[in-house]
Design a binder for this molecule. Structure first.
Ligand code: FRU
Length: 492
């Protein structure tokens, strides 16, 4: 009889061969990013199993190596010593069993989940799809003693049925340890409400249902995907990727109190995590330095993805450290990224009365920190044009609108990708507004005022559209300083 792990090994070998054949061709794609995580070929979506094992960061991800479109889900795998340089490892999970291949419902496989270190072992907890006529989601585990080869547990699934408070949409387990017990929340839906249901276990194999840890207040989506609940400072934070019908919406975070005895998380304030279009299914870890770090899928369902024509799709955001200040979760790019900086440029205070091109700043792959002096600025609407062509027919516009108190990223003329306008609240507290902008070949991440608000979008401009302009719409804009670096590549 063919055993669980023989079948699995066969499915993994097939996937790894596919990657080996295609990975060099993919490297030629002009849309490849320089310092963002990408798979060697094919399609990726959610980060999974974001963890640290033997001192090295582990990043798994929803993966279909055979095509640039979503397909039966595998778990891709990579590791890093510093969250900057990643080493691709063999595929960790492939659909192979009656509980995770979903054969009657082709195209499912091993869905999202998390990873924990239990003694010597790295344990993956993921959602499988049972072979049946209707999608039926169950929770499974796989373990590894070397952090590379994963064996599926022979008694899978470890949670074979959705609880009474949930429904057949029952996925994306996130596991963490509190005191001496393992806790797991799983996303689900019932009666028009997204929910995170809670389980508890001593050994990661036998799980007891505790109840609904949190659910939508009626405005937070009818299905919750990829819930993540973790302690931060002396409180807890819940992150959810919500769905409204078939539409995936912007992930949000809630600061609140967790009662482990009752198994209930009481919601405090709820805030959008990232105001861009290309940010979904984020996951966090706590590392050996005590930092809570988040990484997200830098793309979104049902959007135009030009890189699909080049045989691949999907990337991760830069890793961001989460800092909680009262009810605000600030996102700070991890300090390790500074290792990529070269060609430092600094511009001292200056004023702009109309549009100005900053000739010093023409690096496409760059980090730029710009500090606007609001007390000296007389314009109420001003901003930046990034990746602008000489004639201005192509550009990505960042507008700071003091009147309407919002910051806007406009992709109408950003090239061949998806269009659309992102808006985030602009909170002017002191006399300046600070933007930290990470640009890569096909992405822009903007951290406003120390990461109080973040906007992440993919853009696909021509490689020659490189101008960095400052403009005002009436009145002058005053800049305190600009610092900028070219960022190196982690993939060469
Ligand atoms: C979120 C999600 C998860 C699911 C996975 C499938 O983007 O829909 O709920 O596990 O993607 O690839």
């Amino acid at each position: 009889m063919v055993k669980v792990n023989d079948r699995h090994i066969e499915a993994l070998e097939k996937a790894n061969q596919e990657i080996a054949q295609k990975k060099d061709v993919i490297k030629e794609s002009a849309y490849r990013l320089n310092y963002h995580f990408m798979a060697p070929t094919g399609w990726i979506n959610d980060p999974n199993g974001f963890s640290q094992y033997n001192g090295e960061y582990q990043l798994f991800y929803q993966y279909y190596p055979y095509d640039s479109k979503w397909g039966p889900m595998h778990w891709g795998h990579s590791k890093s010593k510093d969250l900057v340089y990643w080493e691709h490892l063999p595929v960790a999970l492939a659909p192979s069993e009656s509980y995770d291949s979903g054969e009657g419902v082709p195209g499912y496989g091993c869905f999202s989940g998390s990873a924990v270190v239990d003694g010597e072992e790295l344990v993956l907890i993921y959602t499988g799809h049972v072979d049946s006529n209707e999608p039926m989601q169950v929770q499974c585990i796989a373990t590894s003693k070397d952090g590379v080869a994963f064996e599926k547990y022979t008694q899978n699934p470890v949670v074979a049925n959705f609880p009474e408070d949930g429904s057949k949409d029952f996925r994306d387990p996130k596991v963490w340890k509190h005191e001496d017990k393992w806790y797991m929340i799983v996303g689900t839906k019932k009666d028009g409400k997204g929910k995170a249901v809670l389980y508890v276990s001593d050994d990661l194999r036998l799980w007891k249902y505790k109840g609904v840890a949190a659910e939508s207040d009626g405005t937070q989506g009818d299905m919750w995907e990829c819930p993540d609940l973790f302690p931060l400072n002396d409180t807890h934070v819940l992150i959810v990727s919500p769905m409204y019908g078939t539409q995936n919406e912007k992930p949000f975070y809630v600061v609140g109190d967790m009662d482990y005895d009752k198994g209930v998380f009481t919601q405090g304030t709820c805030t959008t995590l990232d105001y861009g279009f290309d940010f979904y299914a984020p996951q966090t870890l706590v590392d050996d330095k005590g930092r809570r770090i988040m990484i997200g899928w830098m793309e979104k369902w049902l959007t135009k993805m030009p890189s699909q024509e080049h045989g691949w799709a999907g990337a991760m955001t830069i890793p961001r450290e989460l800092i909680l200040e009262v009810d605000t979760l600030k996102q700070k790019p991890v300090v390790e990224l500074a290792d990529l900086r070269t060609d430092y440029k600094k511009l001292d205070a200056f004023e702009v009365a109309e549009k100005t091109t900053l000739n010093e700043l023409q690096e496409v792959v760059s980090e730029t920190i710009i500090d606007f002096n609001i007390s000296e600025t007389t314009a109420t609407q001003f901003g930046l044009e990034l990746r602008s062509s000489e004639d201005g027919s192509e550009k990505t516009v960042i507008l700071l609108d003091l009147k309407n108190k919002e910051i806007v990223m406009d992709r109408l003329l950003s090239g061949c990708g998806e269009k659309g306008i992102s808006k985030a609240p602009l909170v002017v507290k002191g006399i300046s507004v600070n933007l930290r902008i990470f640009m890569d070949t096909t992405s822009v991440e903007i951290f406003v005022n120390d990461g109080e608000q973040v906007i992440t979008n993919r853009i696909f401009p021509d490689a020659n559209s490189k101008l960095f302009n400052i403009f005002t719409q009436g009145g002058k804009v005053s800049v305190n300083s600009i610092e900028s670096w070219k960022l190196g590549s982690v993939w060469n």
